[in-house]
Design a protein around this ligand. Structure first.
Ligand code: 5GP
Length: 190
């Protein structure tokens, strides 16, 4: 099996489906820097804890944190909702809890994408139990037309249409997280 692809492919074929570049590497990097600057400004006298939601947020979190210039801590929490398909199971469960104590801390939850809002709503309730001083949410992507739950996202990278996307941490059946750009499912199949 030929398992090698070019570093920045224009399209990705998965069976009958085709994904095309939607947000390229430069655009992503520039926007991530802008978001970090906003956070630097908002948290200049604070010592926030960034909580990355695994697995999808790991690349975004890593790039974001490199442009954050305030002292901060980092931890991860893992949720499971999608399994290996493109459709959410509609149920969220925690698969890995926090290692740090966020009681009295300024927490910034880092998500890859908000779709229906179910995960963020679940996280909001979970965080309440941990009694942080404040909680803000940053998401690289938001599908505004897919929202089914009332959620407040404090920092948004890009609003996108309600279509499946992959790359830059986001998977399709656990693959394609290592793509440098965000790819969107094309109307015209493979
Ligand atoms: P929500 O709970 O808001 O419906 O969904 C949030 C989670 O669903 C995200 O953290 C992500 O794991 C997954 N998700 C939602 N939309 C997409 C998408 O277009 N592509 C991928 N790869 N995952 C998605």
């Amino acid at each position: 099996m030929d398992n090698i692809r070019k570093e920045n492919p224009k399209e990705i074929i998965v069976g009958e489906e085709k994904f095309v570049v939607y947000i390229d590497e430069d655009k992503l990097q520039n926007r991530v820097k802008e978001l970090a600057e906003q956070i630097n400004n908002d948290y200049k006298d604070k010592f926030p804890v960034f909580i990355g939601i695994l697995n999808g947020s790991f690349i975004f979190m890593s790039d974001l944190i490199k442009s954050v210039t305030v002292d901060c801590e980092v931890d991860f929490l893992r949720l499971s909702s999608y399994g290996d398909a493109k459709i959410s199971s509609g149920k969220v469960r925690m698969v890995k809890d926090l290692n740090c104590d966020v009681n009295g801390r300024d927490v910034i939850v880092v998500e890859d994408i908000v779709d229906t809002g179910l995960s963020i709503q679940y996280l909001g309730k979970l965080m309440e139990n941990y009694k942080p001083k404040s909680v803000k949410v940053i998401s690289l992507l938001l599908k505004p037309d897919s929202l089914k739950h009332e959620v407040k996202i404090d920092y948004i990278g890009f609003e996108i249409p309600s279509k499946f996307v992959i790359g830059y941490g986001l998977d399709y059946a656990q693959k394609y997280r290592n793509l440098r750009s965000i790819y969107i499912l094309s109307e015209n199949g493979a």
